[in-house]
Design a protein around this ligand. Structure first.
Ligand code: ADP
Ligand code: MG
Length: 401
């Protein structure tokens, strides 16, 4: 697979470029609480501006579901983007996404100028992949660039119908630098990864990640399962998991994943011990118990020290590692040791390591271990779908055919 890149756009000087970015950032008290996604887009924006283009930048934020929601406006994002770029970013709160004033503003852009559109999801056409909405967006620019890796797995107008329309009209489209980097890094897990290839999965719900588990069983040499999702595996085999989070309607799915792993000779490693407590709180009394014998009235909130050791042992032999999902309720210090242990083991390994998932990333940042990883993906869902080997609408449209 080869993606169209910025080099493929030709001369962009004097052109207007529509840049789809992922500014789905956390807001707090009217400002951006974590600007890493905005920073991640700067390389592409600056490169396009240096090329003499003007930019129409667009993103979604949150789930306003096709309606204008005051708390989901991009005003704080526009402010932060301006600060980071060291210049003004044109933004006006509209009653929707597009109106005559915004359209005029985009039409009158001069080289180097930047407009940030209002939250794309204020228009129901965005999530509906509506061709009419796409056509209105297409009228704003001459060139299309997608740098929103976190959104490429969705067939939404700004990532699917819009670039398709540009192509139809013979106008240039390309992936931005962030998207290009993500695809290159994640491709290393798909195309003949160095073995052993070990995946570590955690997080709250097994149901969120069943398709990932199913796909990984076909690709990896070992699958280490922590977080709450481990309890569905353990309970499906008759283990006692006390009050831990369990999804009984997924017992059949996890059993068949295990059968398939066995057929393929893939090791599925589950926790041996867990840190259990009566409730998720800082004060709750804790004890380390066998993962398949958690007393009633207690829930497993982290993997235990023996499990950390066992997981670390498997990880130390790995040549390729994928990690998604914390090993416990890492947000609370008493239940963060498992996540810290696994993160430290991966960071210390010489394997090529990739991490996806918002919570996993925030755990790594909190630990200051960023440097120990080969690639920190900016897309949670998108990175999982990519490494499952699925065709993603926002990427397929940018491939050279
Ligand atoms: P990511 O964002 O990295 O993909 P998820 O969103 O799937 O990760 O899961 C993260 C959440 O899982 C965290 O909020 C964490 O508290 C929760 N979690 C992990 N282990 C457990 C557990 N044993 N019990 C309850 N919640 C858990
Ligand atoms: Mg999460």
């Amino acid at each position: 697979m080869r993606l169209r890149r910025l080099e493929d756009l030709g001369d962009i000087s004097g052109k207007r470029v529509f840049v789809r970015v992922d500014y789905n950032v956390p807001l707090a008290e009217g400002s951006v609480a974590d600007d890493s996604r905005i920073r991640a887009s700067l390389t592409t924006l600056q490169e396009l501006v240096r090329g003499g283009a003007s930019l129409v930048v667009a993103s979604h934020l949150g789930r306003p579901k096709g309606q204008v929601k005051e708390e989901a406006r991009l005003a704080p994002v526009a402010r932060r983007l301006g600060e980071l770029l060291g210049g003004a970013v044109g933004y006006e709160p509209t009653d929707g996404v597009l109106d005559a004033s915004v359209e005029r503003r985009c039409a009158e852009l001069r080289p180097g100028e930047i407009v940030l559109l209002e939250n794309l999801r204020f228009d129901p056409g965005e999530e509906a992949n509506d061709p009419t909405f796409a056509a209105r967006l297409a009228a704003l620019a001459d060139v299309y660039v997608d740098d929103a890796f976190g959104a490429v797995h969705r067939a939404h107008a700004s990532v699917a119908a819009l670039p398709a329309l540009f192509l139809e009209r013979g106008r240039p489209v390309a992936a931005g630098r962030l998207l290009e980097r993500e695809v290159a890094a994640l491709s290393r897990l798909l195309e003949e990864p160095e073995r052993p290839y070990v995946a570590v999965l955690g997080g709250a719900k097994v149901s969120d990640k069943l398709s990932t588990i199913g796909a990984l069983v076909e690709r990896v040499d070992a699958l280490l399962i922590g977080g709450a999702m481990a309890f569905t595996f353990i309970a499906a085999e008759g283990g006692e998991v006390g009050d831990s989070l369990v999804e009984p309607d997924r017992f059949d799915d996890v059993r068949s994943a295990r059968r398939r792993a066995e057929e393929r000779g893939v090791l599925i490693q589950l926790p041996e011990d867990v840190v259990a407590a009566p409730e998720r709180s800082l004060e709750a009394p804790r004890e380390t118990v066998p993962a398949n014998a958690i007393p009633r009235g207690r829930m497993g909130l982290d993997i235990g020290p023996r499990t950390v050791e066992e997981f670390a042992r498997t990880l130390s032999d790995a040549k390729t590692i994928l990690w998604n999902g914390p090993m416990g309720v890492f947000e609370l210090e008493p239940f963060s040791a498992g996540t810290r242990g696994v993160a430290t083991a991966i960071a210390g390994s010489t394997a090529y390591s990739v991490v996806g998932g918002g919570d996993s990333l925030s755990a790594i940042r909190r630990l200051g271990l960023e440097q120990g990883f080969g690639h920190l993906s900016t897309g949670g869902g998108a990175s999982l779908e990519f490494i499952e080997g699925r065709k993603l609408p926002g990427i397929a449209v940018l491939e050279v055919t």
